[in-house]
Design a protein around this ligand. Structure first.
Ligand code: ATP
Ligand code: MG
Length: 180
């Protein structure tokens, strides 16, 4: 049926984008911790504060700096957009988990209904338009983030509870760490 067809087309487009991006990534060694400080410093004026917690001093990953900035900004923008004025601050932390460097972005905003969680990475998918009419957007952010993370050999995972908040995990492969 149409839905299956749509899904198939999306998968084909996804694979094509991934192959295309993989060959175009400008990878270099990046200290993930410095990158987080840099990105977060641009959000000082926000109503919903952002806290960096539990950061090691150095986590080196091999990534396309500009592309990963796009991912972080999209996730942080969502965390802000889907928080409320009185929500607790957004928390960002980084850790090592087996062969991955993991960034965790937690907000205490409106959350995502369980039945929508499997769809949020689809292009143009937005949860219940009525609750997002003020926030704008096309529903493309997360699908772009997924494409970029997978092009890096990484992955993106979202946990969420309605009315409680959302946590996004970004997994970057083969990291090294050092305490200074
Ligand atoms: P765009 O990113 O293109 O500006 P968008 O933010 O609506 O638009 P996505 O970032 O792809 O699109 O997110 C898809 C949907 O998932 C959103 O419309 C929203 O309903 C839900 N969502 C994403 N992040 C969060 C979050 N942190 N809290 C609650 N809902 C979220
Ligand atoms: Mg978005």
């Amino acid at each position: 049926d149409i839905e299956e067809m749509e899904q198939m087309i999306n998968e084909i487009l996804d694979t094509a984008r991934r192959h295309h991006m993989h060959s175009k990534l400008k990878r270099r060694p990046v200290n993930l911790v410095d990158l987080l400080h840099e990105v977060v410093s641009a959000y000082k004026e926000q109503q919903t504060a952002i806290e960096l917690i539990d950061l090691p001093s150095c986590v080196e990953i091999h990534v396309d700096f500009e592309q990963i900035k796009i991912v972080l900004k999209n996730i942080i923008n969502n965390a802000i957009k889907y928080s409320q004025p009185d929500s607790a601050p957004i928390q960002i932390s980084a850790m090592l988990e087996e062969s991955y460097a993991v960034v965790r972005i937690t907000d205490f905003g409106i959350g995502i209904p369980e039945e929508d969680l499997t769809h949020i990475f689809e292009p143009f998918y937005r949860v219940d338009k009525s609750r997002t009419k003020d926030t704008g957007g096309y529903g493309l952010g997360l699908s772009l983030c997924k494409t970029i993370m997978e092009a890096h050999g990484g992955k993106i995972v979202v946990h969420s509870r309605l009315q409680e908040g959302t946590t996004v995990f970004l997994y970057f492969p083969s990291a090294t760490t050092s305490a200074v």
